[in-house]
Design a protein around this ligand. Structure first.
Ligand code: HGY
Ligand code: MN
Ligand code: MN
Length: 415
């Protein structure tokens, strides 16, 4: 019987499952719009559950809707090895962001079942609810509650742009489980994710061994001025919230560049009220996304933004409110798990390099409560959070094989 050491996964089967999942919540340009707690999310969850049940996995769901599909181990009391990511997408998301990590976990189970390989520790494939944070801020919401960063009731009260709450929407789609969040203990967690940046592809490298994740701060700014006629209001009489948003957006860019090359900053979300072409905006609400591998840099960027925004608001006569709607410190992943990933890439003969994750991931929070690390594969032009997001099948296969060996080495093969 094949031992785990020379085992390969079925890359075609994994690819076909990704393409099958991509049919649910299609976007308008070849990607996906399967936002968290929508009917499309529910449909994707149901498909994933069917696949898991077909493999004999026991499905658990916690009170944040996170799905835990468990493959029993020879020692049922041994702490499980978790492997997963997220099935929710951005509104103009790609087919692979998150999905690759969940379905690669399923592929590991499919391969072990096919080869009748038993592991000592159970293996649990995880779909974390609301990783993206686009409909309900902040990102990585369910894994944050699981790691004790957010309170459950606070998470339930998160509201989308239409005023719907997370808790109500979770109940509406029928995925509000009974299991207390964070009750499941684990030996380790591994997550496979596309890089969402250009490094691996540019350097022709198969595998990113993720040692760190950069930190993040999301600041929601509300500027209040006065709506008035764009034609008849003299320039000196205007209190233009749109002008304030434009100047603060420019300031975000300048601050990020001042910490080049590693810091980044942008405004990705903005609401202009009343958004009429002949009314000066009376109110603008927008979110600033600052990130850096260095916590002190994030702190500096936020402080300089606050100071500059106050000056701009005063110059224009605007009321300014700034609310932190998301934040996490830079992450250092577990050395043992990182080593398991690096050893797997070596053993399988894949080129690899250490890399810092530019994006946030559920692994960043779970790293607080259990040894955790990530595997990355390249993506075309480093593009993600865009419907044109693309990877090559051999990249997903390589990433899943490295993930497989890291998970199975950690779970221990019994027979
Ligand atoms: O924002 C992020 O980094 C992740 O894609 N949710
Ligand atoms: Mn993701
Ligand atoms: Mn994403």
């Amino acid at each position: 019987m094949a031992t785990a050491s020379n085992l390969r996964i079925d890359g075609d089967r994994l690819w076909d499952s990704i393409m099958e999942m991509a049919k649910i919540g299609p976007g308008v340009a070849g990607g996906n719009n399967r936002q968290t707690l929508t009917d499309e999310d529910a449909e994707g969850r149901a498909l994933f559950r069917r696949w898991c049940e077909a493999e004999g996995l026991e499905m658990g769901v916690d009170r944040m809707g996170t799905m835990f599909a468990r493959r029993e181990g020879a020692d049922p009391d041994a702490l499980p090895v978790m492997v997963g990511s997220h099935l929710d997408t951005q509104p103009t998301g790609g087919k692979y962001d998150g999905v690759l990590g969940v379905l690669a976990g399923l592929e590991i189970v499919r391969t072990l079942n096919e080869r009748k390989i038993e592991t000592k520790h159970p293996i649990v494939v995880v779909n974390w609810t609301n990783e993206e944070g686009t409909r309900f801020a902040p990102a990585m919401l369910a894994s944050g509650v699981f790691a004790g960063v957010h309170e459950l009731d606070w998470a339930y009260d998160r509201r989308d742009a239409n005023g719907k709450t997370f808790g109500d929407e979770l109940a509406r789609i029928g995925w509000k489980g009974e299991e207390p969040v964070g009750a499941r203990k684990m030996k380790a967690m591994f997550e496979l994710h596309i890089e969402q940046g250009p490094i691996l592809e540019d350097e022709g490298i198969d595998i990113g061994v993720v040692t760190h994740g950069q930190g993040l701060k999301w600041l929601q700014v509300t500027l209040t001025g006065r709506e008035s006629h764009t034609g008849s209001t003299p320039m000196p009489k205007r209190i233009n919230a749109g002008l304030g948003m434009a100047r603060i957006t420019q300031l975000v860019d300048e601050i990020a560049w001042s910490h080049a090359p590693h810091a980044v900053g942008a405004v990705g979300h903005c609401d202009v009220h009343p958004n009429s072409r002949n009314i000066i905006p009376g109110k603008c609400v927008f979110t600033i996304d600052f990130r850096s591998p260095d916590k002190a840099v994030i702190t500096d960027m936020a402080a300089r933004l606050e100071e500059g925004a106050k000056r701009i608001a005063e110059e224009i006569g605007l009321k300014l409110e700034i609310e932190e709607v998301g934040a996490f410190d830079p992450v250092t992943f577990d050395e043992g798990c990182v080593k398991a990933i690096r050893d797997a890439a070596e053993k399988l003969g894949y080129s690899h390099r250490t890399i810092v994750s530019g994006a946030g991931h559920d692994a960043c929070w779970i790293n607080r409560v259990a040894p955790t690390a990530m595997v990355m594969c390249p993506c075309v032009d480093g593009l993600s959070h865009n419907e044109a997001e693309e990877i090559k099948k051999e990249w997903s296969t390589a990433g899943a094989e490295v993930l497989f060996h890291a998970v199975v080495e950690t779970a221990g093969v019994v027979g």
